[in-house]
Every structure is written in structure tokens, then in C-alpha cells.
Design a protein around this ligand. Sequence first.
Ligand SMILES: [Zn+2]
Length: 260
Amino acid sequence: MIHLHTVYLYDDPDTAGLDIDYLAGSLAAEAPGLQVGVRTDFLTHHFGRFPEEHRASLEHELERQLAGTRASAHLDAEDEGLPWAQVDADEVYVGRLLQAALRLLIPEDEATTDRLHCVFISQLLADIDDPAAPRVGVAALGSPTIISTSGLVEAPRRPREYYFRRNHYAMLGAVEHIDSLAEQFADRTVDYGDPRINELLKGYLLMAVAYRATGDGPCADPLCPLHAANTQQQLLQTQLGDRSRICGYHRGMLDTVYGE
Ligand SMILES: [Zn+2]
């Protein structure tokens, strides 16, 4: 197991309700001994390390790099079949490419294996490794780990009945009914601006730590917060349900992840 010393959490000012200090506190409580640092958003923090006169050219270079990480640069953005067809194509990044672009900004002394950078973003993360079946995800685990707050809303499936009713109302042109659907399904779905967002994100931070420490992906146990839910109903159960609890394997890992 790789031992961790410090986890840095980067804020996302564009995500309503995201409470980075709360998330840092909850991670520190679950993984004793681990240092958890809170920072402003990733780009502001890392650009801030450079003298003012260099920043304009750095930003220009990064913008160039980021353009190549957008999903629209790799797939036809007009394709109605894309799982993110409902959102602005420029707001969708290919997870592993975005990771590679951001990794370049992490200074050498912080790029060691005992340090983990977790970046929250409001844009969507796409996995296009299989171009025939592109997917959206909540998290790209690795260095840095990127967690998409929109991914919580867009990646896990909503109940079938929700889609059925939405299509029905759309067909009838009953827009006001579509708007009220989120409220009607609140116990089974997650929406933008959801007040439960911080509770739902806690488990993804634990997943990021586990991935760094052991290389393991998400937990198979649907009651463990390190489980990556495929449906929103399951997501709410896994992270917030009465029976939600960290499984024995991951409890042991979190208790020992901090090494001297
Ligand atoms: Zn587990």
C-alpha cells in the first residue's frame, strides 16, 4: 500500500453549495493522521505561484491545452445520442486528458506519491475510451483526481419513471411540469443546487484516497460510501441511507493509510 501524507482539496466557486471546509473535515475524520489542506480553485492557486508578467502567456498556453481536452474536439458534438447531449458541449472534458493537462501545473515537490490533489469542477467528465459508447462520470481517479459536481446529476441514471414522465411532458409542451419533476422525485434523484451535495461527495474523496493507496477502483459493496452508484437512487442510498457504512476492508485501509 502507498502511504499518504497530504490531500489537497481545491474549491470550485462555480458549484452552488459546495463546502470544501466541511469536506476536508469529514475526510480528516475518516482517515486519521492524514493532513488535509484546503485551497482555492486549482487554476487560481497554481497560477498564483508564478510572477504576474508570466501569467498571461501561461493562461494562453493552458487554454490551448484545454481546448484539446474537450470532448467536442474528439466526438461530433451535434450527435444527439451522446450521453451529454443536453448540456453545452464546451462544458464536457475528457477525464484522462484533463488530468494530464492539470498535472503539468503541479510543482515537483507536490507531485510525490504521498500527496494527492483532488480538484472539484462543475463541468462534466467524459470517458471516451470506447468511442462507440461514451459515458459521463462523477470522478476521474488519479493524479490529480478530478470530481465533477455536475457528474452527480448527469452520470447516475434517474428512475425510469422520471424519464418517462419527462418525455411525456416534453411531448405535450408542458414545461412547467418538467420543472416540478425534480421536486417530485427528490427522494430518488439529485439535481443542480442540491443541498445534499457535500454529503454525496464525501464518498468520492474516500474513493480517491483508496485508489492512490491501493490502486483499487470503487467498492463492490453497495452500502459502502466508496461504491460508485449507477443510479441516483442507489447513490442516495449508498451515501446517505440509514444502512450506509464504510465496509471492513476500507475501514482498515483508512485507518492505516497514513504512514510516517
Ligand atoms: Zn468498501
